[in-house]
Each structure stands twice: as structure tokens, then as C-alpha cells.
Design a protein around this ligand. Structure first.
Ligand SMILES: [Zn+2]
Length: 234
């Protein structure tokens, strides 16, 4: 294998690493968004349970106020009873009181059910709070890992770019331009080996003259089908 081809293969190796790193770098915002959306989902569950508690607190308060109102009503009836002059009047008030007491018992039953529901809601909220905090911790850790990775990617890219500059120094400009164009077009390999009598990129059978040229390695030999540059493993 000619020293030029060897150099080009090293270049291709570095370029492929760079492409991979660039792809990874490009994916970072999407990855961040994915992590954030996970936290957002937990936050929404927490907010929903807090909202439900708020609503339910109002329901409980209304019940209490209603019960208090009914108790006041009984007091008024009792006062009226003290002032009642006729027995029928007294009895009628007693009847009213019994009615209101029945209503109060009904309301108190509702209050018990509502309090039990409140306990369940608070338990759920507590769980959501814990989940959210755990997720937040996890997300922060993942963000940190990602930040470190971003820095490392940048460092690796800088190093590869420097290596690339050194590698391309002695390479013929025509070869280099062609190589770069093919690499960009294929997104994977610009230089492929001849495998048996096929192109190592597209696997089509190559004409004997092309294989011969690739073996000699004196000129740029390309695959007639995919345009990749060919080299022979001797
Ligand atoms: Zn090919």
C-alpha cells in the first residue's frame, strides 16, 4: 500500500471520528430536551395533585361553614323556644331542630368522607413530591454528565482537527478535494478496499482494469457505481 493511501486511510479514520462526534454534538440539545421533558412530566403530576388538594380544601371549608350555620340555626330555635308561649309553638320548633340536626348529621357524614379523601390526596401529593425530587436529582446528574461530555467532545474535536491539518499537509489537493466530496456525499466512507473483485462500499463487481489500477495505487481509482475511492489490500 502506498504511503499516500496509508495517510489517506488515517485521515479517513480521524474524519469518521469527527463526523461521529459532530453528530453526537448535534444531538445534545434534543437529549437535553428529552431529559427536561421527563422532569416536566413529574412537575405536572405534582402540580395537579396540589391543585386537587386546593380544591378539596375549599370543599371541606364549605362543609364546615355549612355545619356551623346549621348549628347557629339550632341555637336560634332554642332561643325562640325559651320565648315560646304556646306548647304547639314549642313543639313546632322542636320539630324544626330535629330536622336541622338530621341535616347536620348528613353534612358530618360528608365531612368524614371528605377528610378521608383529603388524607388520600395528601398521600398522593407526598408521593408526587418525592418522585419529583428524585427525578430532579437524576436530571441534574444527567445534565452534568452531558455537560462533561460536551466539553470532552469539543476537546476531542480540537485534537482531531489538529491531527487532520498535519495529515493533509502532504496530500495532493485533487485527491483531498475528491476525498472530501465523497465523504460528505456518502456520510460514511470515501475510501474503501477492493474486496475480492467487488467495491467494499457498494459491493458491486468491479471491472478488472479498475482492480488493476487500484492495486497499482498510482492514480485515483474510483468505483464506477458509487464513486468511492478504491484501494487494494495487498
Ligand atoms: Zn462502489
Amino acid at each position: 500500500m502506498s504511503p499516500l493511501i496509508e495517510k489517506m486511510l488515517t485521515l479517513q479514520d480521524r474524519d469518521r471520528k469527527m463526523l461521529q462526534l459532530l453528530r453526537e454534538q448535534k444531538d445534545v440539545p434534543a437529549r437535553k430536551q428529552l431529559i427536561e421533558s421527563r422532569l416536566q412530566a413529574h412537575h405536572e403530576s405534582l402540580k395537579a395533585s396540589q391543585e386537587e388538594i386546593k380544591k378539596h380544601t375549599a370543599t371541606l371549608k364549605n362543609l364546615e361553614v355549612e355545619i356551623e350555620g346549621k348549628k347557629e340555626q339550632i341555637k336560634k330555635y332554642r332561643d325562640q323556644q325559651l320565648q315560646a308561649k304556646k306548647n304547639e309553638e314549642y313543639k313546632a320548633l322542636e320539630h324544626e331542630i330535629a330536622n336541622v340536626q338530621k341535616v347536620i348529621r348528613g353534612l358530618e357524614d360528608q365531612e368524614i368522607v371528605a377528610m378521608e379523601r383529603m388524607e388520600a390526596l395528601q398521600k398522593t401529593q407526598g408521593e408526587h413530591q418525592q418522585d419529583f425530587q428524585a427525578e430532579e436529582k437524576q436530571v441534574l446528574a444527567e445534565f452534568q454528565t452531558l455537560e462533561t461530555r460536551v466539553k470532552n467532545i469539543q476537546q476531542e474535536l480540537d485534537q482531531l482537527r489538529a491531527e487532520r491539518t498535519a495529515l493533509t499537509a502532504g496530500v495532493d489537493a485533487t485527491w483531498l478535494a475528491r476525498y472530501e466530496r465523497i465523504l460528505q456525499k456518502t456520510g460514511n466512507f470515501a475510501m474503501v478496499p477492493v474486496e475480492k473483485s467487488c467495491c467494499g462500499g457498494c459491493h458491486m463487481t468491479l471491472p478488472p482494469s479498475v482492480i488493476h489500477d487500484a492495486r497499482r495505487g498510482q492514480t485515483i481509482t474510483t468505483c464506477n457505481y458509487c464513486g468511492r475511492m478504491l484501494y487494494a489490500i495487498v
